[in-house]
Ligand binder design. Structure first.
Ligand code: HEC
Length: 436
């Protein structure tokens, strides 16, 4: 049934082209698979199947084995991982002074970030992760191209006219002439016996090795054009000019505006920033309530809460506890004993350090409420001020909570309402402790 063209059966070497392989054409994918199995069993290794669409099972038939690409990707990923780790360790954790032999621009630089260790894995993970992914991806793309011999712009099989049908409705098996078992006559016989519709040699017609003239001309032109940008950059580099540079894009460099802290000829005082008009107050900034805004009553620190502005209730204490946790606990600790994390870390690092006050000491318990309020607003001795970060109502909430904290450490049985004393565990009732 196979209609084999007569010229395909004669020794291919007699034609003027060089024999690069041999192909056989089929009508159905089933025939292609069967043929691939036969060719593989005959001991051929360098052959390939071509089809208009993917065919299930063709990989096994052609004898395609698992690729080593996953291993290449893994190697790329591991390289990225170790590189990310090394880079961050070297740049931040290596003591530059011990590297006197290495030029400065290649040395790392100890940079302390928020008191964290120089080498801190949690902080390093994002970069390590990104480099692992990046290098895996690059290894995958390059590995795939190399393993597939890509990019490949030309294949001698393109010389066979009938091969064009491979994108339409024909199926081809191509045996490469470089296969050690390839033999013009024997291979032809094998392929002819496969039941295909045609067997044809694949011929390559040698082209002249000299580059065509237009290519040369084009190459020279492209090279010359490519030299223009670097030449312009070089000229800009070496030439000096007193004129302002040409401003092609009128960006924000040339805005008509006054910048902060700059001189201005427009105003008599020569300043571009305008001070508020004397005797005026910005809207909402009129803070005439000394009790609420400054913790002062009359001439002294207030000993009461500004109840006319806010009630002291559970909600205020809850707010105070929450704000204390945010603004005060890092230094003073959650219980106010002065053992916050900042303090612990500062002691670990050594050096001069004024520890945060233990708010349970008698002197601080006896401070007036207004004094506490003022400490938060304006800071005290080594403690920074928090007035600009915490609104006055929240400062009072913190004051209330600090008072509650202080009482919690010095409570006596008398602080518990009589009705609830009976429900307390016996150990907490000193008078009756021995009963059970
Ligand atoms: C950055 C660390 C730090 C933070 C945050 C901080 N403090 Fe202090 N605080 C200190 C230090 C240090 C002192 C002791 C200052 C000294 O003796 O020089 C101190 C002292 C105090 C005192 C005693 C002052 C006195 O002599 O009467 C009080 C009360 C106090 N802090 C309350 C607070 C409250 C409330 C907050 C939260 C709004 C707060 N602190 C936040 C570091 C801090």
């Amino acid at each position: 049934m196979a209609t084999i063209p007569a010229e395909a059966t004669e020794p291919a070497g007699t034609r003027e082209g060089i024999l690069r392989g041999m192909l056989v054409e089929f009508d159905t994918p089933g025939q292609l698979i069967a043929a691939a199995n036969r060719v593989r069993e005959a001991g051929y290794k360098r052959f390939d199947a071509h089809s208009p669409f993917p065919i299930h099972g063709i990989d096994e038939a052609v004898g395609i084995r698992m690729t080593i690409l996953p291993w290449i990707v893994m190697a790329g990923g591991m390289f990225g991982l170790l590189n990310g780790l090394f880079l961050q360790w070297y740049t931040n954790a290596v003591d530059a002074e011990s590297l006197s032999l290495i030029p400065t621009f290649l040395q790392g630089y100890n940079y302390l970030v928020s008191g964290k260790p120089y080498f801190s894995l949690p902080a390093n993970i994002p970069v390590i992760f990104e480099l692992t992914i990046l290098l895996s991806a690059i290894a995958a793309v390059i590995g795939m191209l190399v393993l597939n011999n890509l990019p490949l712009f030309y294949n001698p099989v393109f010389n066979v006219a009938r091969f064009r049908k491979v994108t339409d409705d024909k199926f081809f098996l191509v045996v490469d002439a470089r296969d050690s078992k390839f033999d013009a006559r024997a291979t032809d016989e094998l392929l002819s016996g496969l039941g295909g519709t045609a067997v044809e040699p694949i011929l390559e017609y040698p082209s002249p090795s000299a580059l065509p003239r237009p290519f040369l001309t084009l190459g020279v032109i492209v090279t010359l054009v490519a030299l223009i940008p670097p030449a312009l950059i070089w000229k800009a580099w070496v030439s000096k000019s007193s004129k302002p540079r040409i401003h092609i894009i009128q960006d924000m460099d040339n805005q008509a505006k006054f910048k902060d802290q700059r001189a201005s000829v427009l105003f008599a005082d020569g300043r571009s920033m305008r001070p508020p008009v004397p005797g005026t107050v910005a809207r909402g900034d009129l803070q005439h309530d000394d009790h609420f805004f400054r913790g002062i009553v009359g001439e002294a620190w207030s000993t009461t809460f500004p109840l006319h502005k806010l009630p002291v209730d559970d909600a205020l204490l809850d707010r105070g506890q929450q704000r204390f946790g945010v603004y005060c606990a890092p230094c003073h600790g959650l219980t106010g004993d002065g053992q916050g994390l900042v303090n612990q870390r500062a002691i670990e690092l050594g050096g001069a350090w004024v520890p945060p006050a233990n708010l349970h000491e008698a002197q601080y318990r006896e401070r007036a409420l207004g004094h506490l309020f003022n400490t938060i607003s304006n800071g005290i001795r080594s403690m920074p001020q928090y007035g600009d970060a915490i609104p006055p109502a929240d400062r009072w909430a913190i004051v209330a909570y600090v008072r509650a904290l202080q009482r919690s450490q010095f409570a006596t049985i008398d602080d518990v309402p009589a009705a609830e004393r009976a429900q307390m565990p016996s150990a907490a009732r000193p008078a009756e402790a021995t009963e059970e």
